[in-house]
Design a binder for this molecule. Structure first.
Ligand code: PRP
Ligand code: URA
Length: 210
């Protein structure tokens, strides 16, 4: 799938880690590690064009002009599975602020149910990385985008480990500006909204609640 606002990773390490994460025999400790590693690599790509400004710095030898980020950056994981991305990406970008959105898919009709929202003021002052390992029907993603737009976010970059083509299409059609960074675009959804081949339920695998 080619779309100007969609970046699908093309890196052997990401592909290798994803294959290990997909394996049903991979248990939670390694699964968490793999999700975090890929999340950090995707965040690296998603922040490649962050706005910068010149910043004077004095080294032990002299003063020179370096570069600093021009705007505050905010991470917003969608609970629960987004927690698997949050800490590893915060280690990559320790100056970022973090908001949280609690959403789950109602099993009967796959519609998102919101249960928690805590966003810092920075969401309206600079880029936002919206974090969720799984983009399936796109219901949770579009609901989260609506909350962020209402809070004043203008530059939103959605970061996902695995996406279904249906979810990506829904996201980019719903929101004319969002950009999407994914580790892999899988084949399709099954009839109960799971990604094929996918990796199963990311939240359950991260937190051992299978
Ligand atoms: C999963 C996943 C996404 C959502 C994706 O969350 O983490 O948030 O499903 O599906 P969608 O694109 O069809 O909305 P889930 O509802 O299982 O909640 P959990 O993370 O709390 O387990
Ligand atoms: N949520 C998941 O965790 N996995 C899927 O395949 C779809 C939604």
């Amino acid at each position: 799938m080619h779309h100007p606002r969609v970046y699908a990773a093309d890196h052997p390490l990401i592909a290798h880690y994803l294959t290990r994460a997909r394996d049903r025999d991979t248990r939670s400790p390694l699964f968490r590690e793999l999700v975090g590693q890929v999340g950090a690599m995707l965040a690296y790509e998603a922040t490649r064009d962050l706005p910068t400004r010149p910043a004077e710095v004095t080294t032990p030898l002299e003063t020179c002009t370096g570069i600093a980020l021009a705007q505050p950056l905010t991470l917003v994981p969608i609970l629960r599975a987004g927690i698997g991305f949050a800490e590893p990406i915060l280690r990559l970008i320790p100056d970022a602020s973090m908001g949280h959105l609690g959403l789950y898919r109602r099993e009967s009709d796959l519609t998102p149910v919101a249960y928690y929202e805590n966003l810092p003021a920075s969401v309206s002052q600079g880029p936002v990385l919206l974090l969720d390992p799984m983009l399936a029907t796109g219901g949770s993603g579009t609901a989260a985008l609506d909350v962020l737009r209402k809070a004043g976010a203008t530059d939103i970059r959605f970061v996902a480990l695995i996406a279904a083509p249906e979810g990506i299409e829904r996201l980019v059609e719903h929101d004319p500006d969002v950009r999407v960074f994914v580790g892999c675009i899988d084949r399709q959804l099954n009839d109960i909204g799971y990604i094929l081949p996918g990796l199963g339920d990311a939240g359950d695998r991260l937190f051992g609640t299978l």
